[in-house]
Ligand binder design. Structure first.
Ligand code: AMP
Length: 629
């Protein structure tokens, strides 16, 4: 059975499904819909968010409602206001061709009397958060004594949030002979207890393994020392230029402070936690959905019910106290058939938790080194080159071309290419050269993880150059003396302005890293990294050309070929946000930080951190600058 007609859905629903562009039922839909249509039964369905479970209960519920009867027949309980609104919205879309069917969303933070009025007008389906529902029952504003269907969505989340009492009290107010459909991502004791107490021999449907995370999600961890958590986070963001992520912290305080730091450093970030007012949270979520925010820093509680498709990464800035919570976090990505990545920044003392999580999710984590500064520069460079390749040229530009051509007439094609990409490349390079302290400590974690090659020649990057009064000879002497190596052990010494490259045989690589990193040279802390550039010999470990060729290079290209979803969507949504922020900037307001702690600073101003002034063009019209995304 692999299409909607065969599941037994009626014409009204099939037309709505067609409008929504769903082609094939998801696994949970294939399993739940025929069963629920065929008989009135209780079910326990174990399914992650993003698997299509709203339709799995929504379609059969809509088909079973008697539209000639205005009484409330179906109640859907969901953990958060966000999720409640989302479900209500989906139900409206599914039932758009079902005449006479009315559904109402009931949740805290909005007028209870208005909601009660909507219910009184004849809502056959109520979608509610448990707290508000209980409140309305206590005030006699709803009557659920005759409902036939009760759906508990994300039951584990509702119980996690302390709604046990409300749920049991609401269920006690419903008739015994109704059907209860319980959906949960995990099956902790409390959920099993609800099932035992309130359900009659429920049928069990499982998508994937019990408690197993979404299989579209790959799990990675990055081992760092505690003080390198934040620099590691920034590097992960910089190494993923298209990141659209939720960053989880353990406390509200950390959430706020990490978001603030990210904003300070020029990232499109915002905080989401319980100390914000509902209006502030709504504003943050609106910006996040609109993709004006790339990094939503959130607590577990506040992030519950975030059902945003297309989240590319979940970042566990800190692991949750309750290991089970990891499943919920990682389930925010890899939704609706797309793939996603859950990254964990861990310290040595937390490694044991990774093993515990692996047992729960029945999936292995991949240990990865925090990307080095030079890797990030490369990624950003190819990201830009890729963007240049794909950008649509607006005909408006023709007006300016003669003047621009004249301005650049002294440069040949190669020089122009170099200059264009340097605009972006230099910012990252300068930044990562300057941040040698944090680079060093993070890359030590990386070096611990078997990154040092064992054979062939190895090319190194060092943050010393002509600026430090070095030329190839003096640098070679310095290296030879410091490393106690022979004259022929160092070769291909190539000194640039702010940095240099040199080669050694692999047998010396560890010594190079250990001896030079952290050393002071004329008051500057030395930072050495293994370079991807092979310096003309076969010493590097990666092949730039290959990356460039494989579908557009680096992550932007890879992502597009995987799911094909982000490029277009994100570009367009960002274009609109760009329009807005350009207006603000050109009106002289530039950066604006709202009370929710989000920044409207343009992402083009991100990585050069603290160099915004220098990027402002002389004519003061920042809107002419290129946006990074
Ligand atoms: P849910 O798990 O219900 O939150 O659904 C996640 C997303 O998948 C929502 O945006 C749905 O609209 C979408 N969706 C649900 N079912 C299907 C389907 N059969 N085909 C494509 N998308 C779907």
């Amino acid at each position: 059975m692999n299409n909607f007609e065969q599941l037994g859905l009626n014409e009204s629903l099939l037309s709505a499904i067609k409008d929504m562009g769903f082609e094939n039922p998801s696994e949970i839909q294939q399993k739940a819909i025929p069963l629920l249509l065929e008989k009135d039964t209780d079910i326990v369905a174990l399914a992650q968010t993003g698997t299509g479970k709203t339709a799995a209960f929504g379609f059969p519920l809509i088909q079973k409602i008697d539209v000639s009867n205005k009484n409330t027949q179906g109640l859907i309980l969901s953990p958060t206001r966000e999720l409640c609104l989302q479900i209500a919205n989906e139900i409206k879309q599914y039932s758009k061709y079902v005449k006479g069917l009315h559904s109402v969303a009931v949740y805290g933070g909005a007028s209870i009397t208005e909601q009660a009025k909507d219910v009184k007008r004849g809502a056959q389906i109520i979608v509610a958060t448990p707290g508000r529902m209980q409140d309305m029952i206590n005030r006699g504003m709803v009557n659920i004594k005759n409902i036939q269907y009760c759906i508990l969505d994300e039951a584990d989340e509702m119980l996690n949030m302390g709604f046990y009492e409300d749920i049991t009290s609401i269920l006690a107010d419903t008739p015994k002979e109704k059907s209860t459909w319980l959906f949960s991502a995990t099956m902790p004791q409390e959920v099993a207890r609800i099932a035992r107490e309130f359900m009659k021999t429920p049928e069990e449907i499982t998508v994937g393994h019990k408690n197993q995370g979404n299989t579209n999600v790959s799990h990675e961890f990055y081992l760092v020392s505690a003080r390198d958590r934040y620099p590691a986070l920034k590097r992960l963001a910089d190494a993923n230029p298209d990141i659209f992520s939720v960053v989880f912290c353990r406390t509200k305080r950390d959430t706020q402070s990490i978001a603030e730091k990210l904003i300070e450093d020029g990232y499109n970030a915002a905080a989401l936690h319980g100390d914000l007012s509902q209006a502030q949270r709504d504003a943050v979520m609106k910006s996040f959905r609109g993709k004006q925010i790339q990094m939503l820093v959130a607590t577990d509680v506040a992030a519950r019910g975030i059902d945003v498709d297309d989240i590319t990464h979940v970042v566990n800035y800190q692991l949750p106290d309750e290991i089970e919570t990891y499943t919920h976090r990682s389930g925010r990505t890899g939704r609706a058939g797309k793939s996603g990545t859950s990254m964990v920044i861990v310290t040595k003392s937390e490694l044991r938790k990774i093993q515990q999580i692996e047992r729960i999710i029945k999936t292995k984590f991949e240990e990865k080194p925090v990307p080095s500064g030079i890797e990030i520069c490369e990624i950003q460079l190819f990201h830009l080159a890729n963007k240049i390749k794909e950008v649509e040229v607006n005909t408006e530009i023709e007006t300016y071309l003669p003047a621009i051509s004249e301005l650049l007439q002294d440069f040949d094609k190669e020089e122009i290419i170099k200059k264009v990409v340097s605009v972006e490349f230099n910012r990252f390079l300068e930044y990562y050269q300057k941040s040698s302290n944090s680079l060093q400590s993070v890359s030590q974690g990386r070096n611990n993880s078997k990154e040092v090659p064992t054979d062939g020649a190895v090319r190194f990057f060092v943050n010393l150059g002509a600026k430090d009064d070095l030329d190839w000879m003096t640098l070679k002497d310095f290296l030879r003396d410091t490393l106690e190596l022979g004259r022929d052990d160092l070769f291909k010494v190539d000194v640039k302005d702010g940095f240099s490259f040199f080669n050694t045989e692999a047998e010396h690589a560890e010594k190079v890293m250990e001896t030079l990193n952290g050393l002071e040279y004329k008051g500057r802390r030395v930072n050495v990294e293994i370079s991807n550039n092979d310096g003309g010999r076969n010493g590097g470990r990666r092949d730039h050309n290959n990356r460039g060729r494989s579908g557009g290079g680096f992550r932007g290209g890879e992502r597009r070929s995987e799911g094909g979803f982000r490029g277009g969507e994100r570009r367009s949504s960002n274009r609109s946000s760009e329009g807005r922020s350009d207006r603000r900037s050109s009106e002289g307001r530039g950066e604006r930080r709202s009370s929710e702690g989000r920044s409207d600073r343009r992402s083009s101003e991100r990585a050069p951190r603290n160099e915004r002034g220098s990027r402002r063009s002389g004519d003061g019209d920042s809107s002419r600058r290129t946006r990074r995304d």
